[in-house]
Ligand binder design. Structure first.
Ligand SMILES: C[S@@+](CC[C@H](N)C(=O)[O-])C[C@H]1O[C@@H](n2cnc3c(N)ncnc32)[C@H](O)[C@@H]1O
Length: 206
């Protein structure tokens, strides 16, 4: 399928959380193959970033907006064995379930903001997850609020999120307020076949 006819080219024009959920439901069957055509690299980069700071394979990790599970597969390949996934789209979750790497998969309401307080996650990973065309930026605060002191947030922000604004600024605000420390920020390939990059941030809750 030519790229301009794929789901990816239209995702940024979808408005409203229910429409977004329905769009991903329709995209679920072809998501992996479409992303593979553009050599999607961010899930591996996020998983490898987490592995630099978390060595315990049994540490519980939440894969926020896990989609079809490409990020869970990357986390599993990086050594993690207790991975929960969360996504608003049942279609994407069905694909994720078939990957066989998740302990648990949950489906919040489309307009819900991430709240995993008290669930004991050592890390939350948001790979390609919080962005225009994906979960909104208030989930950054939800993720940080969900972690206990010392917990890790690994989040990728692609060029669209960085250009639009309102995403990195939330990370910077959390660091400036003393709620988190930034361990690294690494720019690299996101969808290299489309010339898109992302920055993978690692924050530790203070
Ligand atoms: C671009 S996909 C990324 C999926 C996966 N993390 C990956 O790297 O392939 C974005 C995902 O965010 C999910 N999503 C959108 N809004 C969300 C929200 N508010 N809460 C949880 N998931 C959401 C969509 O259903 C979709 O599966």
């Amino acid at each position: 399928m030519p790229q301009e006819e794929g789901f990816l080219s239209n995702i940024y024009s979808v408005e409203g959380s229910e429409n977004l959920r329905d769009y991903y439901d329709q995209w679920a069957d072809s998501y992996d193959s479409e992303l593979a055509q553009s050599d999607y690299r961010t899930p591996q980069r996020c998983a490898q970033a987490l592995a630099r700071y978390l060595s315990d394979p049994d540490a519980p990790v939440l894969d926020f907006a896990c989609g079809t599970g490409l990020s869970g597969v990357a986390l599993y390949a990086a050594g993690f064995r207790v991975i929960d996934g969360m996504d608003i789209s049942a279609g994407m979750l069905a694909q994720a379930r078939a990957k066989g790497v998740y302990r648990k998969l949950v489906q919040p309401a489309p307009d819900a903001v991430l709240d995993a307080r008290g669930q004991g996650y050592a890390a939350i990973v948001a790979s390609g997850a919080i962005s225009p065309g994906a979960a909104p930026p208030e989930n950054i605060d939800g993720a940080l609020d969900s972690l206990a002191q010392g917990g890790l947030l690994v989040i990728s922000l692609n060029d669209h999120a960085l250009d639009e604004g309102g995403y990195k600024e939330r990370l910077d605000a959390a660091v400036a307020a003393g709620g988190a420390e930034r361990l690294e920020a690494a720019r690299g390939p996101h969808l290299p076949a489309l010339g898109l990059q992302s920055t993978v941030f690692v924050l530790r809750k203070v």
